[in-house]
Structures are given as structure tokens and as C-alpha cells.
Design a protein around this ligand. Structure first.
Ligand code: PRX
Length: 654
């Protein structure tokens, strides 16, 4: 972020208080109500969370202890028993919500399916029985590699019902990436589809699963359950592969929800970090259920008649927490859309809002910037007056995009909740509460009640007003990451050792830079580590570098992020070649394709720059700061004295 951008942020004077009409009907009606809640939660965190847990969730057995904090390992609602699928389904079908629409699904080629809570419950029970029949037991991991179809939600809830942790892999990830995740999680079964629709083409998901599993590369996987979606020909391996619809037809419609321990694993979700391969973020049952439930209710100010649409993919944390678990636990009507805006259907999002009368819409800044580029005519030609609240997540939103969202999509009257959080936090951490908080374009405003956040230097001391620093969380919260799957050392190192522990107080290191302005508003600036955020998708530079050097022609690679108008950031890779390879346009294409095959299309570099050498320090560390400057065409400034070979810069400028 440049100095000019920072200055304009810190002098932001546009204020958007909630309208009295909105505030009156909201769950949290004023800023003083927020402050009271915040102070209560800060002073009596265990009481605050216990009262909510009792009021908002169904427990088979009460907990004995609210929090057991043995830093950095937390346990919430110790001894409590519950089931997330029960909280998302069973308790609603025992109420007047039984015949309420739980899920509206708009499929890509125009097909529509809806499920009431009773219908969704039946589907989930049947698939839970199918999983049991295929030998999946409580504690076994299940891989889910599905497109945005109702079966993804059903599969997740079926796993939760029988206590089998799921691990979703976004359908855009390659066979190689899928293999790595299944292997690490030691999945016993994979649920996939013959194919998925993406931008008018079919993604051959089952074929990718076959490739991931070929030559018994993932020996833990015994079976593959296949949903029929695109109906193209696929091969089914006898004894391993089964059709979802066939097994479902014969399965019983009743399956009791397993009484899970509050700290039993609900799911593992892989995400990128600074070093090594993606890590499996572990989330457990009770705390996650409570935190996603209450944030959905208060941040989106959810009411019974809302039609709630979160446009993320279920394969990301946003889909887990705010398409599936949070909203269904609240008994909301959720909308799920398989499509993505594209040349042939640029107005599709607005059509969906108009068609279903969507009231709450949650999307990402990258999508908003793309819509801005497409022009106002598309949304203006639709009736979007049903909208009453807008949300954004995934990257910093630039004030210009915020204003466009506010004016053009929200008609100037919908509050915007800019929500900061991460795969690791499980739920929304910094956010406005729409009936209480006066918003500023681009600010994530304040911490959710129960969250103690600050901006500090590397010694853990709070930085001054307007100063940049590291965004940290001071007290454990219910939906926090419990561990990195199979790697507690990495868990400790990544999140708990950057900031020194003082007086036994551990702080969670988010990896993001932030500032607080004179009014105490938080402004999140982006990652301070080697993680890049491309169109809201998180990738580690090292992951992409490993993919590049696995090509025979590549000797060394260094990857940096470069600002992009629509995507936020894009990838620039500096590559040195093996002796017998020569730089060419063709090789550039080949390398880009190689990265796509290794990771997935989201990791395709925007540019590959061939070079004879990479700038390194005397200890052999690549100097990314220099590469970042080169990638955006900036003059190299600052200290280059540690550069080992000073001639390198000249060569790189080329
Ligand atoms: O850099 C922050 C950015 O997204 C990162 C987390 O990515 P992921 O785990 O994939 O989860 C994305 C969805 C929760 C953060 O470290 N980020 C997320 N939301 C915001 C944001 N940056 C600024 N403002 C936000 N509202």
C-alpha cells in the first residue's frame, strides 16, 4: 500500500450511520448496546459465551467447564455433547420451521431445486446412512470435492451427523492439489461428482479424483461416492466407486445424530501459509457451532423472513461458516448459486437477486471490482430493492469499490458489513454490526463482542494511532483454530511465536498488517508475510515456487504479488532456467500451464520473467522486496547493501 493510499484512508471523513429504520428492527440496535455487550464479553468472557451457548444451541449434555486454555491449545465447553447437524436441522424440524425453505439452489444451466428443512434433513440422514454403509465411522476423514450443488451441503451435514470430519477441496484445485490434501488428512472416502459446470464448460471432477488416486497414491481412500451432475461419460472402478443416487435410494431415511464431544473435530480445511505445503486447519464442534451461529445472527442481522445469499464457494471457509453452518443453525433460508458472472451471462448475479428477492448479499471485493468494470447498466436494469444488507470479505475493499457497492447495489440505503476474518479464526472477527456501527468506506471497524484485537509491533507493544503494525488477537475465542492437522509444532510456530509471550499471555498472530485511526476504527492493510491474495484466494509464494521448480526446465523460482485492479493481487514469477533451456513465449505458456496442473487455475501466474540470476542476500535468502519493486516497475530504493551480487540488479532490470 502506498503512502498516498494510507493517508487517504486515515483521513476518511465519509461516515455512514445506520438508519433509524434499520437500527430499530436490528438485533443490536445502537452503538451503546454494542459497547455494553463488548465490555461485558471482555470482562466476563466465560459467562458471556456460556449464556449464549445455552440460549442459542441445543446440547445433549451440558459442559462442565467453559474454557480450558493451555496456551496455545484451547478447549471450549469441555465435556459438553452436541451435534452440529442436529442444530442445523433436527431442532428446526421440531419447530414451526419444519416446512420453511432451508435451501434454494439455482443451477448453472438454469435448473432449480429447493429443500424445506424437513426435506434437507431426510437427504442428510440418507447420505449419513450411505457413509456408514461404506464403512465410514466416527472420526474417519471424508474428502469432499464437489461443485456448488446441494449435495455439497448434504455431504457436509451427513459427515457432521455421524461425526466424520470432512475436508473440502475447492473444485478449482488440480488433481495434484487434491491428492496432497487427501493424503495429509488420510481420508477414507471421497465424495465427488462426474463433473461441475464452470463458465459454460465442464470441469471433469471425477477424472481428477481418478488421477489423484491412481497407482494407489492415497492408500487410505477406500471408496469414491459420485454424484451425477453433468452426465458425461466417466469410468467407475468396480468395488471402489459408487453412484450417490443409487445408494441413496436404498438407504434408510432415519439416522440419529451422533452425540459429539464439544472438542471433537468437525472439519479440516487446508489453507496456504508462508512455508511448505498448505496446512490443515482443524476446527471442532461446540465452539465453532456457537461462534458461526451468533456472528451470522448479529453481523447479518438475520431475521426469519430473510433470503440470505453468500456467493462464496463451499470449498472455502466462507462457504463453510456462512453458507452452511451459521445460517442453517439459525434456521435461515439460504440461497446457493452454481454460476459465476462471465461474458455470456454478465448480469447473472443481479438476476438471481431479483428472481428470489434476496435480502442479504455477502460477496468479495474482487467480485465488486469486476462488476464495477462491467458497468452500472447491468444492475440498474434489475430490481434489487429487496436487498437490505450487504457484506464483503476476503481482501481489503478499496473505498471506491465500497462506495459503488453502497450506491449502485445497495441503492444508497443498505448498510455494508466489511468483515475481516480467516480460515483459522473460523468466524468473523472485525466487523460493523449493521444496526449499531457507523461505517467508513474501507474500514472493518471494530471487533465482534468477545474478541480482543489490537495492532502491535514485533515486541507486542501497541503501536500509536495511525501507525502500521501487526493485527493480533489477545484472548481465545470459541471458533479459533485448534491445531494444524498432524503438526502441533507448525501450529505453535505459525501463530503463537511471532509475538513474544508476556506474563504468560499468548497472542494470536494473524499474518495481517493493520492500523487503528483516531476513532479506534481498524483498517486491515493485507498480509505481512509471503502469502498473496489473488481475487480473495489465499496462496503461499512458496507453494507456487515449488510448483515451478518441479518443471524440468526451471532451476530456481521466486514469486511475488503485484497489485491488480480487479483481482487485488496477481502473481509475477521470476525464473532462472536450467542450462539446456531457452526462454521463449512458448516456455512461458508451458510454465503457466504447469502451475495450473500442479495447483489449480487460481494460481496461474500473470507474468513469468526469465532471468539469469535472482537477487540474494549473502546468506542465500531471496530478496523479495527488490523483486516486488521490479514487478511493478518501480525504481529500486532502500537498502540493498545485503545484496550479494550487486550486478544482479542491472541484469534484472535488463
Ligand atoms: O489478509 C486477510 C484477508 O484474507 C485473509 C484470510 O484468507 P482466508 O483464510 O482464505 O479467509 C478468507 C475469508 C475469511 C486474511 O488474512 N481478508 C479477509 N477478509 C478481509 C481481509 N482483508 C481485509 N479486509 C477484510 N474484510
Amino acid at each position: 500500500m502506498t503512502q498516498a493510499v494510507i493517508e487517504s484512508i486515515l483521513s476518511e471523513e465519509r461516515l455512514f450511520p445506520p438508519s433509524s429504520e434499520f437500527a430499530q428492527q436490528a438485533h443490536i440496535k445502537s452503538f451503546s448496546d454494542y459497547q455494553k455487550l463488548y465490555d461485558y464479553a471482555k470482562n466476563e468472557p466465560e459467562k458471556f459465551w456460556a449464556e449464549l451457548a445455552e440460549k442459542e444451541l441445543h446440547w445433549f449434555r451440558q459442559w462442565d467447564q467453559v474454557l480450558d486454555w493451555q496456551p496455545p491449545f484451547a478447549k471450549w465447553f469441555v465435556g459438553g455433547k452436541l451435534n452440529v447437524a442436529y442444530n442445523c436441522l433436527d431442532r428446526h424440524i421440531k419447530s414451526e420451521k419444519r416446512d420453511k425453505t432451508a435451501l434454494i439452489w439455482e443451477g448453472e444451466p438454469g435448473d432449480v431445486r429447493t429443500f424445506t428443512y424437513a426435506q434437507l434433513h431426510e437427504q442428510v440422514c440418507r447420505i449419513a446412512n450411505v457413509l456408514k454403509q461404506l464403512g465410514v465411522k466416527k472420526g474417519d476423514r471424508v474428502g469432499i470435492y464437489l461443485p456448488m450443488i446441494p449435495e455439497a451441503v448434504i455431504a457436509m451435514l451427513a459427515c457432521a451427523r455421524i461425526g466424520a470430519p470432512h475436508t473440502l477441496v475447492f473444485g478449482g484445485f488440480s488433481a495434484e492439489a487434491l491428492k496432497g490434501r487427501l493424503l495429509d488428512a488420510e481420508a477414507k472416502l471421497v465424495i465427488t461428482a462426474d463433473g461441475g459446470w464452470r463458465k459454460d464448460a465442464i470441469v471433469p471432477l471425477k477424472e481428477q479424483v481418478d488421477r489423484a488416486l491412481e497407482n494407489n497414491r492415497v492408500p487410505s481412500v477406500k471408496n469414491v461416492l459420485v454424484v451425477k451432475r453433468t452426465e458425461q461419460a466417466i469410468t467407475m472402478k468396480a468395488g471402489r466407486d459408487y453412484w450417490w443416487h443409487e445408494l441413496k435410494a436404498d438407504a434408510a431415511a432415519d439416522c440419529p445424530a451422533e452425540a459429539m464431544d464439544s472438542e471433537d473435530v468437525l472439519f479440516i480445511l487446508y489453507t496456504s501459509g508462508t512455508t511448505g505445503q498448505p496446512k490443515g486447519v482443524v476446527h471442532t464442534t461446540g465452539g465453532y457451532n456457537l461462534y458461526t451461529h451468533i456472528t451470522t445472527k448479529w453481523v447479518f442481522d438475520l431475521h426469519d423472513d430473510d433470503i440470505y445469499w453468500c456467493s462464496a464457494d463451499v470449498g472455502w471457509i466462507t462457504g463453510h461458516s456462512y453458507i452452511v453452518y451459521g445460517p442453517l443453525s439459525n434456521g435461515a433460508t439460504i440461497l446457493m448459486y452454481e454460476g459465476v458472472p462471465r461474458q455470456s451471462n454478465p448480469g447473472c448475479f443481479w438476476d438471481v437477486i431479483e428472481k428470489y428477492g434476496v435480502t442479504i448479499f455477502y460477496t468479495a471485493p474482487t467480485a465488486i471490482r469486476m462488476f464495477m468494470k462491467m458497468g452500472e447498466e447491468l444492475p440498474k436494469a434489475r430490481n434489487l430493492s429487496s436487498l437490505r444488507l450487504l457484506g464483503t470479505v476476503g481482501e481489503p475493499i478499496n473505498p471506491e469499490a465500497w462506495m459503488w457497492y453502497h450506491k449502485v447495489i445497495g441503492g444508497g440505503c443498505c448498510p455494508i458489513v466489511d468483515t475481516w476474518w480467516q480460515t483459522e479464526t473460523g468466524g468473523i472477527m472485525l466487523t460493523p454490526l449493521p444496526g449499531a456501527t457507523t461505517t467508513k468506506p474501507g474500514a472493518t471497524t471494530f471487533p465482534f463482542p468477545g474478541i480482543v484485537a489490537d495492532v502491535v509491533d514485533l515486541d507486542g507493544n501497541p503501536v500509536g494511532e495511525g501507525q502500521g503494525g501487526y493485527l493480533i488477537i489477545k484472548h481465545p475465542w470459541p471458533s479459533m483454530i485448534r491445531n494444524v492437522y498432524g503438526n502441533p509444532d507448525r501450529f505453535r510456530r505459525t501463530y503463537w511465536e511471532h509475538i513474544p509471550v508476556k506474563d504468560g499471555n499468548y497472542v494470536y498472530f494473524s499474518g495481517d498488517g493493520a492500523r487503528k485511526d483516531a476513532d479506534g476504527y481498524f483498517w486491515v492493510m493485507g498480509r505481512v508475510d509471503d502469502v498473496i491474495n489473488i481475487a480473495g484466494h489465499r496462496l503461499g509464494t512458496m507453494e507456487i515456487e515449488s510448483a515451478l521448480v518441479s518443471h524440468v526446465g526451471v532451476a530456481e523460482a521466486a514469486v511475488v504479488g503485484r497489485p491488480s485492479q480487479v483481482k487485488g493481487e496477481e502473481i509475477v514469477a521470476f525464473v532462472t532456467l536450467e542450462n539446456n533451456f531457452v526462454a521463449s513465449k512458448q516456455l512461458e505458456q508451458e510454465l503457466k500451464q504447469h502451475v495450473v496442473a500442479k495447483i489449480g487455475a487460481i494460481a496461474r501466474p500473470a507474468q513469468i520473467r526469465f532471468t539469469e540470476v535472482l537477487p540474494k542476500t549473502r546468506s542465500g535468502k531471496i530478496m523479495r522486496r527488490l523483486l516486488r519493486s521490479l514487478a511493478i516497475g518501480e525504481e529500486i530504493s532502500g537498502d540493498t547493501s545485503t545484496l550479494e551480487d550487486r550486478g544482479v540488479l542491472e541484469k534484472l532490470r535488463g
